[in-house]
Design a protein around this ligand. Structure first.
Ligand SMILES: Cc1cc2nc3c(=O)[nH]c(=O)nc-3n(C[C@H](O)[C@H](O)[C@H](O)COP(=O)(O)OP(=O)(O)OC[C@H]3O[C@@H](n4cnc5c(N)ncnc54)[C@H](O)[C@@H]3O)c2cc1C
Length: 444
């Protein structure tokens, strides 16, 4: 492929193109290296060109040129994905949408925005009007709305609103196709769900409409417990307490808190810790519950008056990030435990080979413990054994050590997602290699 000539064509259409090899390398990668398996598989994958689009018309131009030259196109938001989601397996163009970052309109309970808007910027504007994002990943300071819809799944707020894929969270989207004559499709409600967690394999999202939640005077609390079991029982009780409004409950089994050096003043040696974001209106009830379970409330601060850390950045996969900053050999899993009995059983079985980090979320109306346990990695074989032991115990795993959509999820093909890809990307140019079912499907 004559990349210089292709870059020239893109520039002639008024597009900003980056072909400097070191920048192409930097903008081709994400946080794939949390997995030692993906680190080996993906480290050399590179785009040939980075192209920036500033509006939907420019996206259409990029789509037309990629179809004309038959070159792969991978969309990038902020590049904070975990499984090489935006790493181009077959090179080609990376379409950077970080400059499409406008909030287009707010209405009570929902917002319409461009895909490159940072979640934190969107949340700030919503909060000024008494609303906020229903759900946010721990990367929300930098991650984009388009990247969260295309690659994310859960986060702060999931204890109330479940997963991104739950009905009602995504209201609508505009999406650019890679047909011979690229089109803009407008998808509503159910139709738009095919874009969720699709890794940009079935269209380029150019606009999103998402639901918002009423905001509250949030406070961040740290509660320490002598035993992991006491911490989990308190956390589940708090999660189930309908009268205490909260948006985040996480449990870190000892010795995980030792990795959080910035929180040292509020953590107790040899204790497990529960991190909570709770409405200040419910402070008294929350403190009473802490007392009831024998916990020690070591920190309670209103977010509005906080100057130091943000507790969210010690939860979800930031726990892995912080632990790996101390010990690079650590990796992680994504586990749906389902109940505390299973959590306790696996905790006892593995000891500190698998250090349990729980996050509570709503699944089919129930609030269940899921989590991202830290694993002391030794070999690929042992990692597979650890996953098998979890599955045999009845837990389910979304495997973060694979780069295809299906293998990273429940192993099932989503027929709607595949059918939509066949329609909008007949040449299979969008993020090739990530949708496994496409590789084995009879093409349109
Ligand atoms: C430390 C750490 C903590 C994390 N915590 C969480 C968490 O709490 N919850 C969670 O769900 N995830 C989490 N993640 C994963 C990731 O941060 C989120 O999914 C984030 O929302 C991705 O946003 P991004 O802008 O960085 O997307 P990117 O990484 O740039 O993209 C993600 C995927 O979406 C696709 N995409 C991006 N924009 C578009 C578009 N406009 N149209 C079509 N496809 C598009 C990309 O091609 C890619 O496949 C974490 C990751 C790290 C490293």
């Amino acid at each position: 492929m004559e990349w210089q000539a292709i870059a020239k064509e893109f520039r002639q259409q008024g597009l900003v193109v980056i072909d400097d090899p070191s920048l192409c390398q930097k903008l081709s990668l994400d946080y794939y290296y949390f997995s030692p398996i993906l680190a080996a598989q993906l480290k050399d994958k590179r785009a040939d060109l980075i192209v920036l689009a500033r509006n939907e018309i420019e996206i259409l131009t990029v789509a037309s040129l990629c179809v004309y030259f038959q070159i792969p196109l991978t969309v990038r938001g902020a590049g904070t994905g975990n499984y090489g989601q935006c790493i181009p397996l077959e090179g080609g163009v990376i379409l950077d949408l970080s400059q499409m970052n406008r909030v287009l309109s707010f209405q009570p309970g929902q917002v319409i925005a461009e895909p490159g808007v940072r979640l934190s910027a969107l949340d700030k504007q919503a909060q000024d009007m008494g609303w906020e994002l229903r759900m946010a990943p721990s990367t929300y300071q930098v991650a984009t709305l388009g990247g969260f819809i295309g690659g994310g799944s859960v986060g702060m707020g999931s204890i109330n609103y479940g997963m991104l894929t739950d009905r009602g969270n995504l209201r609508g989207a505009r999406v650019v196709t890679l047909e011979d004559d690229p089109q803009v499709l407008s998808l509503r409600g159910e139709q738009a769900r095919v874009l969720l967690h699709a890794y940009g394999t079935n269209g380029i999202i150019s606009q999103l409409e998402v639901a918002l939640a009423p905001t509250a005077p949030w406070a961040e609390a740290i509660v320490c417990f002598e035993t992991f079991k006491a911490a989990t029982v308190f956390a589940q009780d708090l999660a189930n307490s309908g009268g205490i409004h909260k948006k985040q409950v996480a449990v870190h089994a000892h010795p995980i808190p030792e990795y959080f050096t910035a929180l040292k003043s509020w953590l107790l040696p040899d204790h497990s810790a529960v991190f909570v974001i709770v409405s200040d209106y419910d402070r008294e009830a929350c403190e009473a519950l802490v007392h009831h379970h024998g916990g020690q409330l070591t920190d309670y601060q209103l977010q509005s008056s906080k100057k130091s850390h943000r507790l969210l950045e010690f939860c979800w996969n930031h726990t892995t990030l912080l632990a790996r900053a101390v010990d690079e050999s650590l990796t992680y899993l994504q586990v749906f435990y389902g109940n505390l009995a299973r959590v306790e059983k696996l905790h006892t079985y593995f000891g500190t080979e698998v250090m349990i980090h729980l996050e509570f979320l709503r699944v089919n109306g129930q609030i269940i413990p899921a989590g991202l346990p830290l694993i002391r990695y030794t070999t690929e074989k042992r990692l597979a054994e650890i996953m098998k032991i979890h599955r045999d115990a009845g837990a389910s795993i979304a495997n973060p050590h694979v780069y295809t959509i299906e293998e990273g999820g429940n192993g099932q093909i989503d027929p709607a997602q595949l059918a939509f890809k066949k329609k909008v990307d007949p040449y299979g140019l969008l993020n090739p290699g990530k949708m496994k079912s496409w590789l084995f499907s009879s093409r349109p």
